[in-house]
Design a protein around this ligand. Structure first.
Ligand code: FAD
Length: 564
């Protein structure tokens, strides 16, 4: 006899874990099926930031009108107002539910990504503080590892405060480095067991806390089990076919199936089929074994509609060659590097194309637009000088005081990182017209002097300035690129996941080609289309809606009749 649950959740990232917890708390029996041999998904590797307009933590005074005005102003494409309202009206409830359950979300200041848009604010984000991973017992080792590049020296966990102080060489940064490393080495019980830092931070902390709640409720998270086919009866989804290493079996769902299986950005076939500029799956910074889109295709097979599949949550990435690690671990997100002063970004014609300090998804969209126009972007180049190299981290290298050029291995020179004594010689090395690049840099140096970038307004709003260097005057985001040697690193049109997926309604019910809900089928997170269309309004704008629509799916499942 087939196994039977009220609800089957495909995927164990943020969307899946919130759905499972909530459905259980509303009295439903739940099984989570997870494709990989680790739970937590891309969510566990992420920054773990949740964009939560109207959250009530910390006494902030956001309003529904201002949140919707902002979303309205920045969203792009055929978005649906009812979904956006459902998001805004539920996000505080969802956050309160998690906090009351023991997921200790805290407010964190982070400028919305379109500071000049009406309704933009600085206080819409929630994050989770560090979690002792050993609270999960032996399951700690089954929680997906945090993103290697979010760790100091690829090993030591840091939270946002620690990472910011170290990256910006803020007051006390050396002590901070010592503290982070010391915390790891004095932890003898963990050191005798594994290399992994037991302190979970960022997305690791969020998924550590969520999964602790899921496990404490006795919900089974079955690893190594892919949902790649849906079982239907009379047009309703009544279960799944699970694939456990080639062994196929059916599990029935009395109420419904919630697809929380992430995006498709690691599936080259689906990238080629859907994305405007497909690139390669190596450009993406998400784990290699997760986001292949099998569940998306299974839903499409039963008539599900899709939306926004042409685009991703974009982020500039670099691919640093490293020994003994997977392609995924080589990926470096250049998101903070590109905005620091004493640097600029150019396409392969040597032209600037963006305010380099802008938020990562906007940077990616500028790369895409420029590539469609010139054919000479994606990849493009980040150029910086010796002052930059001395002061800031870039491309995965810490500043020269910690990591001098002599420590960079020979295989990385003139392959990953390029260096020359003049801008002209650097241009020759990377295949750009030397006169053009020299002129572009000269323009930038004039802007650094005046503090005004008349081309792209770099440093022109609060978001830009938050990632600049206050010691650089008159504009913290504009510093002259005039001290030899000069460096260049290639930037790819990377992503943190695909933005499009199954078209769903306000309760996360998946719609068919005629916008009618397919009974018994739900989707949340990157498995579903972005509620903001082709836009990333603020930090956490992926995990925020993923959690909200998982929460709403569970609410809806709890009040609906069983499937036919
Ligand atoms: C380095 C990095 C930093 C980021 N920082 C942030 C941030 O701070 N805030 C934010 O909002 N976003 C951030 N993102 C993006 C964010 O992590 C993802 O968009 C989000 O986690 C997606 O959540 P999800 O639950 O939809 O998918 P996931 O977390 O990817 O979970 C999906 C799960 O489903 C499993 N799965 C896949 N296919 C199947 C199948 N067929 N059957 C069963 N299981 C399946 C996968 O293995 C995976 O475990 C970041 C991403 C990266 C890479």
């Amino acid at each position: 006899m087939a196994e039977e649950y009220d609800v089957i959740v495909a995927g164990s990232g943020a969307a899946g874990m919130v759905t499972a917890m909530r459905a259980h708390d509303l009295g439903l029996s739940v099984l989570v099926l997870e494709k990989t041999h680790k739970f937590g998904g891309t969510s566990a590797t992420s920054g773990g930031v949740i964009w939560a307009p109207l959250h009530k933590q910390g006494g902030f005074d956001d309003t529904r009108e201002s949140a919707l005005a902002y979303i309205d102003a920045v969203s792009e494409g055929p978005v649906r107002r009812d979904r956006q309202e459902a998001f805004v009206d539920t996000v505080a409830l969802m956050a309160e539910y998690l906090i009351k359950s023991g997921v200790a979300l805290q407010p964190r200041l982070w400028p919305d990504y379109f500071q000049k848009a009406p309704g933009a604010r600085m206080d819409r984000c929630l994050v989770h503080p560090k979690v002792d991973g050993y609270r999960l017992g032996e399951r700690f080792h089954l929680l997906r590892e945090q993103f290697t590049r979010f760790k100091l020296f690829n090993r030591y966990s840091m939270d946002f405060d620690e990472a910011n102080t170290i990256a910006s060489r803020g007051p006390g940064w050396i002590m901070q480095v010592i503290k982070v490393i010391g915390r790891y080495w004095v932890d003898l019980p963990a050191r005798t067991k594994s290399r992994r830092d037991r302190w979970l931070s960022l997305g690791g902390a969020l998924l550590g806390a969520l999964s602790e709640q899921v496990f404490s409720r006795g919900i089974e998270v079955r690893l190594g089990t892919t949902v790649d086919k849906l079982v239907t009866r009379d047009g309703a989804v009544v279960g799944v076919e699970a694939n456990n290493g080639g062994r196929r079996y059916t599990v029935s769902a009395r109420r419904g199936v919630v697809i929380c299986a992430g995006g498709f950005e690691k599936n080259q076939r689906l990238r080629d089929k859907f994305l405007t500029v497909p690139g390669t799956d190596r450009w993406s910074s998400t784990p290699e074994d997760g986001s292949w889109g099998e569940a998306l295709e299974a839903a499409m097979e039963v008539g599900a509609a899709t939306e926004f599949t042409e685009t991703t949550w974009m982020i500039p990435t670099m691919a640093m060659p490293m020994k003994n690690v997977s392609n995924y671990d080589e990926t470096h997100q250049a998101v903070f590097d590109v905005g620091r002063p004493h640097s600029l970004c150019v396409n392969r014609n040597g032209d600037r194309f963006v305010d380099e300090t802008t938020a990562y998804d906007r940077f990616g969209n500028a790369m895409l637009d420029d590539h469609l126009k010139t054919g000479a972007n994606a990849p493009c180049w980040m150029i910086f000088d010796a002052t930059f190299r001395q002061k800031y981290p870039a491309g995965g290298y810490l500043p020269t005081a910690i990591m001098p050029d002599s420590k960079i291995t020979p295989d990385q020179w003139d392959n990953y990182i390029f260096k020359a004594e003049t801008i002209g010689k650097l241009a020759e090395k990377i295949g750009i017209d030397p006169a053009k690049l020299t002129q572009t840099v000269a323009n930038m140096n004039a802007y650094a002097k005046s503090g005004v970038d008349p081309e792209f307004d770099r440093g022109g709003d609060a978001y830009d300035q938050a990632f600049g260097d206050p010691s650089v005057k008159p504009n913290p985001c504009l510093g002259a690129v005039d001290k030899a040697p000069y460096y260049a690193i290639r930037i790819y049109l990377g992503d943190i996941g695909s933005k499009g997926g199954l078209k769903a309604d306000t309760d996360a019910r998946v719609l068919d080609g005629n916008d009618r809900p397919i009974p018994g089928l739900y989707a949340a997170g990157n498995a579903s289309g972005s509620v903001f269309g082709n836009c990333y309004p603020g930090a956490g704008a992926s995990i925020g809606p993923a959690s909200v629509f998982g929460f709403r799916a569970a609410n809806d499942l709890a009040v609906r009749q069983s499937n036919p």
